[in-house]
Ligand binder design. Structure first.
Ligand code: ATP
Ligand code: MG
Length: 603
């Protein structure tokens, strides 16, 4: 987690330096070395030039030489200056226009790959935790340019520090206290600046819930789907008002510290300049008296100036480094998020991947610190049995599935697969058993083919893909699309086609048909599909899954009645269990719900 206390902030900088450098090294070690090398060249060169300049100046003044020698000296000075400038321009272009940019592209790719990879591997529990959500939001905003900036500013700080040491050393012969005094004089600004950076960061940190709401509001206000409803309900002005309020609140918390910082900045500036001019002044006397040569005085003045410049640069670059450091921490916090679900070592694997026996033994579950959502759930499912789960909204049906998928572990009791505890089974092995259609299934804005074949990317079997499309009822609309199976989908892209909700759902079903996993879990699979297609799909489903395990959650009793076993969930408990006939005979909750729905159709 990011530091809460101020004194810890500097510590995070030291923690982040090795982490970022390691990441930078792994991305492209040659470019990283170039960056630091070029910065050091930038830092040391002016000192060498100034010294050369001093030698020439003294040569011109002291030598009672002919005009010829003076001319040659001046020309050589001029030529040296010309080549130096040329070199510096080339170095500049190579450093900032080429190396840094190339490196930035590479680093951006590395970062977004690692970020997405980590998110794709995170346990579902992390996504359902609001603190982690906040962290992800902060990291998403920050990681992209903050990490590369961190490397660049770190190299500038190192370069400026090199320049500082060089000018410090060459100033020592003029009096050891001179560079020391200069160093002390720049300290106040340095601290002031870092203090401001810290305040700015605290604003960012504290305001995250608000900026999250802000970006959500912006999304809602420009999302075509929500715009429809917003227009009809005339909710626009109310939402815009909320948007303005948050914008103003965030702006105020940014403006006030910035204003305070600006008004207190003049004191350190006055101190610094007074010291600089004072030190330049005290050596004027010895120069006039001839104790110090003109060349040496020029060198002295230039080095004072240089020391002041590089210390300003260290201050500026350090505070930028510091600022970036505060944000890059979020990237590493995400990378270091622990696994919530413990993978067993070495982990159990079954010999064959076929429908297993599934047992729930007294399973109880609660989300984080919330109330119990599932209580004392016990049932047994033979290999290849078809189970339907029904019950009111919020009864715990989807949660039960999440436990079977091992998104979470039960807080009480056990789930056994062929008498092996689910916690002992390697999860990537367990996923091979599972096919799932979530209640909020995914719409991949890719081609039709991708949407189906992502059910089992290793297979790549076109005839099977067409078969899955037919059985899911998708074939008819696919054949009408301009590019058929190669048609791109989704509103986001050019040349793409948008499907109706039911068509999307059919396509998602095609995905699970394509996979043909030994256990298929369907959470409200036909909620958007018309009655005729639904009947057809279930016919196909029961045929394909005749000998495989099927777990179906549905509010439509017409799709449930053929299941071998029906569980009625209510308030997280099993209220009734049986098949359609036995439950109707029992004349309890199931029978009442079934009759209500049937009556609705008949009347
Ligand atoms: N991620 C979560 N964090 C905390 N509580 C949750 C979470 N998801 C669901 N719940 C709570 O758990 C309970 C059961 O939810 P669940 O989604 O399992 O219901 P469901 O039976 O699938 O309902 P529906 O028929 O509406 O899909 C609800 O009270 C819900 O508020
Ligand atoms: Mg549900």
């Amino acid at each position: 987690m990011p530091p809460k206390k101020k004194e810890k902030v500097l510590k995070t900088l030291w923690i982040n330096i090795p982490k970022v450098l390691k990441l930078g090294w792994e991305t492209d070690n040659k470019a990283l070395v170039w960056i630091f090398f070029l910065t050091l060249v930038w830092a040391i060169f002016p000192v060498i030039f100034s010294y050369y300049y001093k030698l020439i100046l003294d040569e011109i003044i002291t030598a009672q030489n002919t005009v010829g020698v003076v001319t040659i000296t001046l020309i050589s000075l001029f030529a040296f200056r010309y080549f130096l400038d040329l070199f510096d321009h080339l170095r500049n272009a190579f450093h900032y226009e080429y190396i840094e940019r190339i490196y930035w592209y590479k680093l951006t790719n590395t970062l977004s790959y690692r970020f997405s990879k980590k998110l794709s591997e995170l346990d579902l529990g992390h996504f359902e935790n609001s603190e982690t959500q906040n962290l992800i939001e902060k990291a998403r905003k920050a990681y992209n340019f903050r990490v590369s900036n961190f490397i660049f500013f770190f190299s500038y700080v190192v370069g400026a520090a090199g320049g500082f040491i060089a000018s410090f050393i060459v100033l020592l012969p003029f009096g050891w206290w001179i560079p020391v005094l200069m160093t002390i004089s720049v300290a106040p600004r340095f601290f002031l600046k870092n203090k401001y950076t810290e305040v700015e960061w605290n604003v960012f940190n504290l305001k995250t819930p608000e900026s999250k709401e802000l970006s959500y509001l912006i999304d809602v206000l420009d999302d075509p789907n929500s715009v429809k409803e917003i227009k009809i309900f005339q909710a626009g002005p109310a939402l815009l008002k909320r948007l303005l309020k948050i914008q103003n609140s965030i702006f105020e918390s940014q403006r006030v510290p910035l204003k305070n910082y600006m008004t207190s900045l003049y004191i350190p500036l006055v101190i610094e300049l007074s010291v600089l001019f004072g030190l330049a002044y005290i050596k004027l006397g010895p120069t006039v008296a001839g104790i110090l040569t003109i060349g040496s005085y020029t060198f002295y003045a230039q080095m004072l100036d240089r020391l002041s410049q590089v210390s300003q640069q260290i201050g500026n670059q350090f505070s930028r480094l510091y600022e970036n450091s505060l944000y890059v921490g979020y990237f590493f916090d995400i990378q270091e998020l622990p696994k919530l679900i413990k993978e067993p070592e070495p982990g159990y694997e079954f010999e064959e991947i076929r429908p297993p026996k599934i047992d729930f033994n007294n399973v109880g579950f609660a989300y984080q610190d919330g109330p119990a959502v599932l209580k004392n759930i016990s049932f047994s499912l033979k290999p290849g049995e078809h189970l339907a789960i029904v019950g009111p909204n919020g009864a715990g049906k989807t949660t039960l599935i999440k436990l079977l998928l091992r998104f979470y572990d039960p807080t009480k009791g056990d789930i056994l697969i062929n008498d092996v505890n689910l916690k002992e089974i390697r999860s990537d092995h367990w996923y091979k058993f599972l096919g799932i259609l979530f209640q909020d299934f995914v719409k991949f804005f890719l081609t039709i083919k991708d949407n189906i074949m992502l059910g089992d990317p290793k297979k790549d079997d076109e005839s099977r893909m067409r078969d899955a499309a037919r059985k899911s009822g998708s074939e008819e609309f696919i054949e009408k699309l301009p590019k058929k199976y190669n048609q791109k989908l989704g509103k986001k892209f050019e040349d793409a086609v948008e499907l109706s909700q039911g068509q999307w759902q059919k396509l998602a079903l095609a995905r699970v048909f394509y996979e043909e996993a030994p256990i298929l879990i369907l959470d409200e699979p036909t909620s958007a599909i018309d009655a005729e297609a639904e009947a057809q799909i279930f016919d196909n489903l029961y045929k394909i899954y005749e000998n495989k395990t099927l777990i179906l959650i549905s509010h439509r009793f017409s799709t449930v009645r053929n299941a071998d076993k029906i569980i009625v969930l209510k308030n997280g408990k099993i209220a009734e269990e049986g098949n359609h006939e036995s439950l109707m005979k029992k004349d309890g909750m199931y029978a009442t719900m079934f009759r209500k729905q049937a009556k609705g159709y008949i009347e």
